[in-house]
Design a protein around this ligand. Sequence first.
Ligand code: F6P
Length: 359
Amino acid sequence: MRRIAVLTSGGDAPGMNTALWATIKLGAASNLEVVGVERGYDGLIEGTMRELTRASDEGLLPAPGLAWLAGTGGTFLESSRSEAFRTPEGRAEAAATLGRAAIDGLVVIGGNGSLTGAHLLAREQGVQVVGIPASIDNDIGGTADAIGVDTALNTILDACDRISDTARSHHRAFILEVMGRRSGYLALTSGVAASADAVLLPERPKTASEILDQLEDLVRHSFTASRRKRRLLIIKAEGVDAPTMQLAADLEARVADLGTVTVRATILGHIVRGGRPTYHDRMLAGRLALAAVGTLTGGAGDVMVAWNSDTGRRTIDPAVTLVPLDSMITETDRMLDGSSEVVQRRIRLLEEVEGVLAL
Ligand code: F6P
């Protein structure tokens, strides 16, 4: 193996740049030329690439001016959600690009859709590809953690603290919406960590009227003379099927007779996806990249490097295993349809702590 390519795909996640930088350095250290593909699979189809290593008297080195990548959010290579790559013709075109550029192996950094694409590229086109899980949603089957989750959670916690300051000053209930179209992981874990009063998840579907019943009950039991709460914080995942601003307006109308309680809502949206990666995400990015480059030089492919997984083949890093990409796809499907043990455990945890949160 002489030359590898790396790309980032799907929604960006803090720590993708760290994983890129680690891949460049690890590649150079293994005497591999590293080529960056711009704009994910779209760039792979179109052949937009740039050299990320250069030859020197001392051997291969990272291309100059890239060290800033280690500690920044977003993705320097840019990303895309490629429609063209969803077709077999698009994937054949992508494989042809790799052939023309004499690429021997590919590292794909992205979420479950991107890693599914990586598997198809391996199966249909015989490309030696390794996936690095990166998505703030933590909805990638077969890995306990993905790059970006920890930074996103810290951003949400910071927002919860700020919202709580203003909420306490006005005896207010706040609904805070966080990202997660199909996964409530961010809402659940940040809700527990921020000592929220309630958490709403797409994995526990409820109608808008059932949600309003629950929240009205919570408001009525919180601002009583005996409890004397000053703030009510409700964390809602984006994927819960009830518009956040409407929920807040309807809830305020329902408790209007109390006279003293106002309800406000904030949608954090893409704020949660940006920002400098935390220690944990940088550490994860480095260790997963180490396993990814080692996997390619070892001749394996069609796998994801997984963190603290209970499945997969061991690597030299005790926390990292190699999970076949088709197993990742099967488990992701189970996570998204709710049949996965991982999701059921999360719901059981919420049921266990729900009463405590509301206290
Ligand atoms: O990256 C995952 C995610 O952040 C989801 O939580 C969210 O629903 C989606 O991406 C938003 O995607 P886009 O940036 O394309 O609007």
